[in-house]
Design a protein around this ligand. Structure first.
Ligand code: ATP
Length: 363
């Protein structure tokens, strides 16, 4: 299959006389065979983007290409894609077999034997062969989700589009289905665009993730790129759990003056900040990058422990000093009590800085 590309795609809705820009000049290249996750907070335009690719919404501006063909005006059924929805959207009166074959019967002229073969192959792949003669109401949520996937698979599309397909499942089943979906993706080989608001799902499933906010693409990259090199403060705060800590500071004479302490920069960090117009920055440090230490060295500060939150193998420490509150995540071997005072280090290679005006990453 060839790539699917979106170029400067815009979607404007009119509701009650107001214009809502749901997708704003979005450019994306969905590469052959990749699992691309669209992630972002509620209302950022994920579902609309998917519906535009599917052809369920018309685009206001820009271009969508599947391979070499511009599909802006191509009907959904002629786009060679299959979509899996959050609510499964199964036909209650039809059996599993009927649900899986219906789309093929309506949209292709495949002979009945071929359709039966495809349905049975997909059922085997999804381990639902013994459910083929049941109706949806006699199935569990996880089984219904598999049927919805089966209905997409039998179409053998160029591109799968999935809109929060696991959100109605309980936590355990969701984790299991994530792995199954990834295995399925590897077996089928077709590109998949997968929508979720859950950053953990995005991080664990995506070959690449596209982070959206307010209809605009914030960053596209591998999960590790978005985690280690966030393009801006939004991505830094959205990717990673618990969220990155942010502290406002001002750069003066090679140091960032934070209310907490004065933080010395490396030569490289200093050069990056000196090339900025402003010296006001927001410093970011992830909870898991903060270290407990006994040494009173540079980049360390004493803080009061307000709350210790046990998380199993890790403890979350809620720390405070000089009106600054941050969270640190430390392994359980460190015995820390509430009302203790601890010394923490912000390692030089773990610190981020963002332009306070634009939010763009400085380093
Ligand atoms: P969620 O995670 O909550 O499903 P989302 O990221 O998928 O959110 P969209 O459903 O794409 O977001 O919506 C993006 C924006 O477009 C929102 O502000 C939404 O209110 C608006 N919107 C979506 N569909 C319509 C519509 N048919 N008419 C008017 N506005 C709409």
């Amino acid at each position: 299959m060839a790539d699917t590309t979106l170029t400067d795609v815009k979607k404007r809705f009119e509701s009650d006389g107001n214009d809502v820009v749901a997708v704003d000049e979005l450019s994306l290249d969905i590469e052959d065979g990749e699992f691309l996750v669209l992630v972002g907070p509620s209302g950022c335009g994920k579902s609309t983007t998917l519906r535009l690719i599917a052809g369920l919404e018309t685009i206001s501006d820009g271009e969508i290409k599947i391979g070499d063909d511009v599909v802006n005006d191509v009907k959904p059924k002629d786009r060679d894609i299959a979509m899996v929805f959050q609510n499964y959207a199964l036909y209650p009166q039809r059996t599993v077999r009927g649900n899986m074959s219906f789309g093929l019967k309506m949209s292709t002229d495949l002979p009945d034997e071929k359709i039966t073969e495809r349905v049975e192959d997909a059922a085997e792949l999804l381990s639902i062969t013994d459910l083929l003669d049941r109706r949806p109401k006699a199935l569990s949520g996880g089984q219904q989700q598999r049927v919805a996937l089966g209905r997409a698979i039998v179409r053998d599309p160029e591109l799968f589009l999935m809109d929060e397909p696991l959100s109605n499942l309980d936590a355990k089943l969701r984790t299991q289905m994530r792995t199954e979906l990834q295995e399925l993706h590897q077996q089928l080989g077709a590109a998949t665009v997968y929508v979720t608001h859950d950053q953990t799902e995005a991080m664990t499933m995506g070959d690449r993730i596209a982070v959206l906010d307010d209809g605009q693409l914030q960053q596209i990259g591998t999960p590790m790129e978005c985690y280690y090199e966030p393009a801006n403060q939004f991505v830094a705060g959205f990717i990673g759990s618990p969220s990155m800590n942010f502290i406002e500071g001002v750069f003066v004479d090679g140091l960032i003056h934070l209310d907490l302490f004065r933080y010395p920069l490396t030569d490289e960090q200093r050069a990056a900040i000196e090339s900025e117009d402003s010296n006001s920055v927001t410093v970011g440090i992830r909870p898991e990058d903060i270290e407990l230490t006994d040494e009173d060295g540079p980049r360390t500060v004493e803080m009061d422990v307000n709350v210790v939150e046990p998380m199993g193998s890790m403890n979350l420490l809620h720390l405070e000093r000089s009106g600054v509150e941050i969270t640190a995540s430390v392994t359980g071997e460190h015995i820390v009590d509430e009302s203790d005072c601890v010394r923490v280090r912000f390692p030089a290679d773990r610190i981020h800085a963002f332009d306070r005006q634009t939010g763009a990453a400085v380093f």
